[in-house]
Design a protein around this ligand. Structure first.
Ligand code: PLP
Length: 221
């Protein structure tokens, strides 16, 4: 199947999920996740109208950003402190902010570099340790405090990779968003839902689904 066909199928899924949830399909952004996909395929997606792509690894995303300066890359994968600078240089947005030390380092470097990079807080919805990263709900106040209201790192929303087949986790994130919005007095977006579970995420109020395999096909490791 080619990209255009897969995209048509995906759009149909999103529209159907929105209709079932009484939502406007325009309110759900489709973010293609291009990790471990060749640049040629990303260019093909760009020809279909996409300009933003999710990537998981700093080096891979930096290489692609250098090769395709007209496209914007969004960092979705865990970020080590020592990669903070290249992450700010090569990615337009960071969705995996998950701890106060990282927020502090990103603030300092973004100030030095003079860049503005919207950030999303990745929330950990697993009740066990995983390598996926994410901030536990109880640690959110400390992280938000470390982020402050820094104009270099405006907070856009919450991102999560919940345990598979656990639609309750999406509902939990939606409730958390509501609470934080009330505290902050302004809207926050929700990035949740992937190839296998976008329907449940849209139903629970996701504003952005991040789609890899259902868009690009199997990843090439
Ligand atoms: C890989 C990845 C995706 C896309 O996953 P698919 O199941 O291929 O759609 C979305 N979000 C994050 C954070 C990822 O790492």
């Amino acid at each position: 199947m080619n990209l255009a066909d897969r995209l048509e199928g995906l759009r149909a899924r999103i529209i159907q999920a929105c209709e079932a949830a009484d939502r406007d399909p325009q309110s759900v952004e489709l973010l293609p996740v291009s990790k471990k996909q060749p640049l040629a395929l990303i260019q093909e997606a760009a020809a279909l109208g996409f300009t933003r792509f999710g990537e998981n690894y700093v080096q891979e995303g930096a290489d692609k950003a250098a090769a395709a300066p007209d496209l914007a890359f969004v960092l979705l994968g865990p970020l080590q402190r020592n990669k903070a600078k290249p992450a700010l240089q090569h990615f337009r947005e960071i969705q995996s902010l998950d701890r106060p030390e990282l927020a502090e380092r990103l603030r300092r470097l973004a100030g030095e570099l003079g860049v503005v990079r919207p950030v999303w807080i990745q929330v950990d919805l697993w009740d066990e340790a995983t390598k996926l990263g994410g901030c536990a709900e109880a640690d959110l106040p400390a992280l938000m405090g470390a982020l402050g209201d820094d104009p270099h790192l405006p907070l856009r929303g919450l991102m999560a990779i919940p345990p598979p087949e656990d639609p309750g986790a999406f509902v939990q994130l939606q409730a958390l968003r509501e609470r934080l919005q009330q505290d902050l007095g302004r809207p926050l977006r929700l990035s949740m839902g992937m190839s296998a579970d976008l329907e449940a995420a849209v139903k629970a109020g996701s504003d952005q689904v991040r789609i890899g395999t259902a868009f690009f096909g199997e990843r090439q490791y």
